[in-house]
Write a protein that binds this ligand. Structure first.
Ligand code: ADP
Ligand code: MG
Length: 619
């Protein structure tokens, strides 16, 4: 134990370090030190245990000691003191050369510090207030710059000439009458918003949000019907092959019911399916049909955006489960048409302000209610030791002729992880635990024709229990499935858990979600707590965001949010909003950023966004 006695105007205290005898080389009697750590009571004296320290060289200015001192996250063995010195000298040398990006009038309207002062105060704040002001200013700048391309894109779209679809109400009514259910009020309202957009000559770019099971597919199908009855093709892009096949069947069913009706002559709508794993001959044929305009609605995976797919007359694009796609994929598909209308759907509801940041260029519709008669999904956590009880529960439900999913984080065993996996458990279920039932298996390595057979058998009730991986996470819709068992639930993200839970509770029976795990980390505990407490997807998304932060929540692929270094859209909504207003104002006043005071801004935008040139072509 090495200890020193230190004092200041207020009194004396002991600082204590364990197992670091070499420390005695650093401390000399009479030197000035800066210590930082937790004050503890030990026996009858107060002490600092293992504090961080800085010893000031003799004659060195110690004025910093009573200021707020920056803490950087540094690699081990990197001296915080040396690093601070370095930062300080960099600031002294280069601050005079840093150009201001925020135009003067923006700064003065929002009472923001200038860049030089902000940089200095964020590193070496004079006081808490100055630190906060620097933080606000730098965050504002980030939001401001981030939103300029989004808003330019939105304006640019407004000026484009798209397709003004004719809305034929009798055809839509005829379709709705053929459905086995009535649309919810929320679905109807959203449909009205979509109709308005489609009827207008501006190209639609609308984000449709709605919790799992809220019935987005049928709304999208109605929009596709509008396109089809105008003689225009629709591309319906989904993230997985299973989902593509399911949508293909579902839409075919919807349109079968449309049938010929004497009072409303319905167009014959032809639906096609195109996925990468289809055999080449079949793909070739479908591509031909798409090219000739024989297919009205083509459903597919990313195969749709690959080369070789050409449309006769693409006018409408639907992207389902958009959070599974990158932004660039969205852009690629829309290049296949001149100015198509685009409907983007997501079941991961995004809090409003964040939505503005991430999708600032889109209009937004929300389905706020689930179809009537949906029963609550009962969620109960089982410990690993209670697995057997969970299986017993499954058995009980299957005996009542309902169906169950059992999901695993892995397909195959991995030597480094001690986790149950889908393949092995499938065997075990088949041979032992559920040998009197039919157990199916589905995962990403199963070939597409096999996947289709399994999914069809499950839908037709020929399979009682479906063992799966997260391929089930999105879209799958089998109303008779009422139990969702999620093994090693602590390995999944919160939104993912909610999505999987949303696979049940789609029919008339009460449904159940049984996550199995013994959560160990704080985050895992928080995720499961939120899953048990909240049924509403919006609430879940908020919790998930809080746990993970926006960058990780949206994933690198699609968000520029990971680029936000200092701004936090969750806690700084006021800045997000005011910076957005400023962007709109700026672009209205100087759409090409030609004014002298906007030159630095323009330069930096070109530097940061390589595609910025395109936006600047706005007239
Ligand atoms: P999601 O929004 O998660 O994509 P789906 O479109 O898969 O949801 O719809 C979930 C289920 O609810 C489907 O079986 C669908 O046919 C059904 N459904 C959709 N709208 C209604 C409604 N208004 N009333 C009853 N069932 C509906
Ligand atoms: Mg869906």
């Amino acid at each position: 134990i090495f200890e020193v006695s230190v004092g200041d105007d207020t009194g004396r205290i002991f600082a204590v370090w364990f197992n670091q005898p070499y420390l005695k080389n650093y401390f000399k009697a009479g030197s000035r030190v800066l210590l930082h750590g937790k004050v503890e009571c030990y026996k009858d004296r107060i002490q600092l245990s293992n504090p961080e320290f800085e010893v000031f060289e003799e004659g060195v200015e110690v004025a910093d000691a009573d200021k707020i001192v920056p803490t950087y996250s540094l690699p081990e063995k990197f001296s915080p003191r040396v690093y601070r010195k370095l930062v300080k000298s960099v600031l002294d040398k280069y601050i005079p050369h840093v150009e201001e990006v925020l135009p003067f009038d923006v700064r003065s309207r929002h009472n923001l510090l200038n860049i030089a002062k902000s940089l200095r105060q964020i590193h070496f704040p004079e006081n808490e207030e100055a630190r906060f002001k620097a933080y606000e200013r730098l965050s504002f700048e980030e939001f401001f710059i981030y939103q300029i391309p989004l808003i330019l894109r939105k304006l640019k779209r407004r000026q484009k000439q798209g397709i003004a679809f004719r809305i034929d109400e009798p055809i839509l009514d005829g379709f709705c009458k053929g459905l086995p259910f009535e649309l919810t009020l929320s679905q109807k309202l959203v449909l009205e918003e979509i109709k308005k957009d489609m009827a207008s000559s501006r190209p639609m770019q609308r984000l449709l949000q709605g919790d799992v099971g809220s019935g987005k597919t049928v709304v999208a199908t109605l929009a596709a019907l509008i396109a089809a009855s105008n003689g225009t093709q629709t591309a319906f892009m989904v993230p997985t092959e299973i989902l593509a096949a399911q949508h293909f069947e579902k839409l075919s069913e919807f349109f079968k019911e449309l049938g010929p009706k004497p009072q409303a002559p319905s167009p014959k709508v032809k639906i096609g399916l195109l996925t990468s794993s289809m055999d080449e001959k079949k793909k070739q044929k479908v591509r031909q049909q798409v090219k000739k305009g024989e297919i009205d609605i083509i459903i597919g995976t990313h195969a749709l955006i690959q080369e070789g797919v050409n449309f006769k007359n693409l006018g409408f694009i639907i992207i389902d489960e958009q959070h599974k796609f990158g932004v660039s994929q969205r852009a690629l598909l829309s290049q296949k048409a001149v100015s198509p209308d685009i409907l983007i759907m997501t079941a991961t509801p995004i809090p409003r302000t964040l939505c503005m940041t991430l999708y600032g260029d889109l209009d937004i519709s929300i389905i706020r209610e689930l179809p009537k008669g949906r029963k609550k999904i009962v969620t109960s956590l089982y410990g690993l030791a209670q697995r057997k009880q969970a299986y017993d529960f499954v058995r009980g439900k299957v005996k009542e002729r309902q169906q169950a999913y059992i999901v695993y984080p892995l397909i195959e065993e991995s030597p480094s992880l001690m986790l149950a996996c889908a393949k092995k458990m499938h065997k075990e279920f088949q041979q032992k635990i559920f040998k009197d039932f039919k157990v199916g298996l589905i995962h990403g390595h199963v070939t597409r024709p096999e996947q289709e057979v399994v999914m069809r058998d499950f839908r037709d009730g020929k399979i009682d229990i479906l063992v799966a991986t997260t391929v089930l996470e999105v879209g799958i819709d089998v109303p008779n499935a009422t139990v969702m068992v999620i093994e090693h639930a602590d390995r999944f993200g919160l939104s993912q858990l909610h999505q999987m839970r949303g696979r049940v509770g789609r029919g008339e029976h009460e449904s159940f979600c049984l996550p199995i795990c013994d959560p160990e980390t704080e985050d895992a505990k928080a995720r499961l707590k939120a899953l048990l407490e909240h049924a509403d997807g919006f609430k879940i998304a908020e919790e998930d965001l809080k746990i993970r932060g926006p960058g990780e929540f949206f994933g690198e692929r699609q968000s520029g949010l990971v680029e936000l270094k200092i701004a936090n859209p969750l806690t700084q909504m006021h800045l997000l909003k005011s910076s957005r207003e400023e962007v709109v104002r700026l672009i209205q006043a100087d759409p090409k950023l030609e004014a002298r005071q906007n030159q630095e801004l323009r330069r930096q935008l070109y530097q940061r966004f390589p595609e910025f040139e395109k936006f600047m072509m706005v007239g």
